[in-house]
Design a protein around this ligand. Sequence first.
Ligand SMILES: [Mn+2]
Length: 312
Amino acid sequence: MSDHPEQLKTARRVVRIVGAPVDLAQSRRGTDMGPSALRYAGLGPRLGRLGYAIHDCGNVRVPVVEEVIEHETRPLGEGNAYHLEAVAHVCGAIYEAAADCIGPDEQAVFLGGDHSISIGTVAAMGARANIGVLWIDAHADFNVPETSPSGNIHGMPVAALLGQGPSALTAIGTRSRLQPGRIAMIGLRDLDLHERARLVQSGIGIFTMTDVDEHGIGDVTRRALTFLGPVDRLHVSLDMDSLDPEIAPGVGTPVSGGLTYREAHLLMEILAATRQVSSLDIVEINPILDVQNRTARMAVDLAASLFGQRIL
Ligand SMILES: [Mn+2]
């Protein structure tokens, strides 16, 4: 695949990069190194070659877990959510950073970090436009503390964005509460028991790996866009565990049977063709578990496809 700078003939569009080195919301250490892995894999220059003006806003300040534990009075907040106070604080900081750093007509790439960061990123992008969210993930991330088997908040962001779960999380970005009909999930294949029951009744668009097998990723992606209906902008929340672990081994919660390399690129290309994509989260990369930064390099390839790189 070659880059096509001539695709963007109008004034150079701006892409802001915001890093959120968070590993507080899951139990395997290492996702805090995701922003470094993605920058090292050349994310900025790669998007720059597509004709964008790239500005890196740096990282949001995130405490390390040792620091959090030292000051924490209750590790399990509101029943069953580890490091709730610290995660809520960080998500609020991500929300503020997105609001401060990203101009009204600019695009953004948020570098996780575990998937809790999306509580801040989606709320921030939703505050400025009527957005549709594509949640590309092996998991639904739709737990609340009462249903979560682990108490890890990276399994709760979608619920929080819909106003369900601990008030510390649902308070972030309340001005722009997302509706379930504005979220479509693609790639699901591993749901917790009680989460599944909640999800079925939620009104969220659900497209599992079975749908991908049965209808193909092209059809599934178009159905997901139809489900979202008319929106001003699209936010893509890309959990790298949506991909098959064979091609993306550096994630904390790998599940076999994920999207292939070609499926993932076609998904991105179809979304790019809408010309509505305003923002992207790249989350759950764990460089400690990765093989020579393969997962971050894969993510950079996918980001390029989402931001308009095409074969022809
Ligand atoms: Mn996730």
